[in-house]
Design a protein around this ligand. Structure first.
Ligand code: GDP
Length: 503
């Protein structure tokens, strides 16, 4: 395989100019109509859809948000949905998601592609002086996009040879090697210098894509999976830009025009041109604030490989937000995102005594990632939250001992031991505790990663019991109004993400 080499500029001059103009346009509009563009991302099923729905519902319905100061001090006079500014971006289907949650007590349909929603907040500024000048209206443009698309951004600085090398390196660890076996065996029978052939390209791409899908399966929970569109192809399904695969044989520096390598290289470049760059230009480069949701509990439950993978993904994601000239995206646009919140979701699966522990664990995860990429992490914050709290807390007696439990309605088909739940029965569960010191988890991860052959599937914290619950039943008040959606620390997330805009 040839040595990885840098290839050409990441964006062309007109593209850079388009981003710069777009930024200027956003800022000019923002002078008259203050706007914050809030990116919400995370890997598939991290909780983006639920987070946005809960955030908007709580703001529209005056939810309990004690740590969101503008709301708590009564300065928000009205919050409402307004037409979004970008006509070409699908609207976030807020009403459908609320209906699923409240009417059917079902979790809504997850994020499949980018979508947008504008929430406008009329408020009184905190300072009397500002009140004289400020219209007291903030538009929050919420941009929901798959984290897998973010993991594509590093492809911009890669050649096809880099991409192939990375794929080959990744399948060295045992769980991935097993999942990639069919693709790898097939790819080994093919020479990059073989003649370009559509059938061969399709068969290879299908196997590569099947491998990526298998990594994502619930019990594996592996995270690092470029190209992201192989998992969520959208309207590009079946197009040549999505019909390629890394090659494992020796690659030529300058492949023959009619060779399979040249065909794959062309398609890889098309993927970058048609998928990655437009995403970067039209969405990512225009964000002001960002929340990254991560499902740490699922990774802990899946085992060491999933945690290593999550760390790797987090590192790649944080690299995209890192200021400074050494970042592969820097120099393209003046940096806009000035605050990033990393949030561990679904904290309602734990008793509150473990919430701090979850936060410490994620802090450690983020600190390790920041250290590896040489970032100070100064503008980042970490939080453990549940956008929607599906459980209540209580205590239960077991063998004369008081145990902290969580109570909720497990989803039909969920299991504990040999008990399968029917989706109707309320149940109390002792969820188990996270370790007080996160180092013990990372020691376990490290000892397993030093000896890849010893990596085991299975929870890193075997005492934890993970059961998925149905969304909560919302009571109505005596005058028929529904209470707002319960949450854990959603208000702190809001304060960090937009609180200062409402001062
Ligand atoms: P997305 O792919 O990032 O949009 O993920 P979703 O928001 O659709 O969430 C995926 C699944 O995670 C949901 O169907 C729920 O089962 C679960 N989930 C997400 N957020 C929460 C939460 O705050 N609490 C609980 N208990 N489950 C959640």
């Amino acid at each position: 395989m040839t040595k990885p080499s840098r290839k050409g500029p990441i964006l062309s001059l007109p593209q850079e100019t388009a981003i710069a103009l777009g930024t200027l346009r956003d800022r000019a509009t923002g002078l008259f109509d203050p706007t914050v563009r809030l990116g919400v991302t995370g890997l598939a099923r991290a909780g983006k859809t639920v987070f946005i729905t809960a955030l908007v519902h709580n703001l529209l319905h005056n939810g309990r948000l004690p740590f969101f100061r503008a709301q708590q001090s009564g300065r928000i006079s009205r919050a409402y949905l307004a037409p979004q500014p970008d006509d070409s971006v699908p609207r976030f289907q807020y009403e459908d998601h609320v209906a699923a949650l409240l009417e059917e007590r079902q979790w809504p349909q997850s994020t499949r592609a980018v979508s947008e929603l504008r929430l406008t907040i009329d408020y009184e500024t905190a300072s009397g002086w500002n009140r004289l000048f400020s219209p007291g209206r903030l538009s929050v443009d919420i941009i929901d996009y798959p984290g897998e698309w973010l993991l594509d951004l590093p492809l911009l600085s890669m050649t096809f040879a880099d991409f192939s090398q990375q794929a080959v390196d990744l399948v060295k660890s045992p769980p991935r090697r097993e999942l990639a076996r069919e693709w790898l065996e097939h790819a080994r029978t093919i020479q990059p210098s073989d003649p370009a052939d559509e059938t061969v390209a399709r068969a290879l791409a299908a196997r590569y894509s099947a491998y990526l899908h298998a990594c994502k399966a619930d019990e594996k929970a592996l995270s690092t999976l470029p190209p992201g569109r192989f998992l969520m192809p959208g309207d590009l399904e079946g197009s040549p830009a999505l019909t390629f695969s890394p090659l494992v044989g020796d690659l030529e520096k300058h492949a023959d025009k009619g060779s399979l390598q040249a065909m794959m290289e062309r398609r890889f470049e098309s993927y970058k041109a048609l998928v990655v760059r437009p995403f970067f230009r039209d969405h990512f480069a225009r964000l002001d604030r960002q929340i990254v949701l991560i499902d740490t509990l699922q990774a802990l439950n899946a085992g060491a490989e999933a945690v290593i993978d999550l760390e790797r993904a987090l590192q790649a994601i944080l690299e995209c937000f890192r200021p400074g000239r050494t970042n592969f995206l820097s120099g393209l646009v003046s940096r806009r995102i000035d605050r990033v919140l990393i949030a561990a979701t679904k904290a309602d699966h734990l008793h509150h005594e473990s919430h701090e522990r979850l936060e410490r664990l994620v802090e450690k995860l983020v600190a390790r990632a920041c250290q590896r990429i040489g970032s100070s992490g100064a503008d980042m914050s970490v939080l453990a939250l549940a956008a929607i709290r599906s459980t209540r807390e209580g205590t239960a007696m077991k063998d004369g001992e008081e145990l902290p439990v969580i109570m909720g309605t497990p989803i039909a088909g969920e299991k504990i031991g040999d008990k399968t739940f029917d989706g109707k029965t309320k149940t109390a569960i002792f969820p188990g505790d996270l370790p007080e010191n996160p180092d013990s988890v990372f020691k376990l991860v490290e000892s397993q990663s030093e000896h890849p052959e010893s990596i085991r599937q299975g929870s890193l914290i075997p005492d934890l019991r993970f059961v998925r619950f149905r969304p909560p039943l919302l009571e109505r008040t005596s005058d028929g109004l529904r209470l707002s959606l319960p949450h854990i620390r959603l208000d702190r997330a809001l304060e960090f993400l937009i609180g200062d805009y409402l001062e």
